[in-house]
Design a protein around this ligand. Structure first.
Ligand SMILES: [Zn+2]
Ligand SMILES: [Zn+2]
Length: 116
């Protein structure tokens, strides 16, 4: 069965239209926070986080299932099928001293991988 899903992190603020980033509140709930005005909204079912957060925080991958947002494509070779086009996005980890992690997703086989 063909999967029609794309993964990406982009959400936009209802108030000012700036890009929102996923963040974790003090109570552990996941929200999206506007970088510009600080407006937050609850993450709904579309956003899922892999469940290995306790063990390896840096393995957490945030996935938004939404076909409506175009993903930037870069020249990156897929380690699985050898295709040279991949969608990419970055994710700033919760700890400020760690750099942003780059994620890639093959445009052909949908294999997703990351680079530190
Ligand atoms: Zn805003
Ligand atoms: Zn591939």
């Amino acid at each position: 069965m063909l999967q029609r899903r794309s993964e990406c992190l982009m959400e936009f603020c209802d108030k000012c239209g700036a890009m929102m980033v996923p963040t974790t509140e003090d109570d552990g709930s996941r929200v999206l926070k506007c970088r510009s005005c600080g407006h937050t909204k609850k993450i709904k079912g579309r956003l899922t986080v892999s469940q290995n957060i306790e063990k390896t925080p840096r393995d957490k991958i945030i996935v938004v299932e939404d076909d409506s947002i175009p993903m930037p494509v870069t020249k990156e070779t897929c380690p699985k099928c050898g295709n040279t086009d991949a969608y990419y996005w970055t994710l700033q980890t919760r700890r400020g001293d760690e750099g942003a992690t780059e994620f890639y997703r093959c445009t052909e086989c949908k294999h997703t991988w990351r680079r530190y």
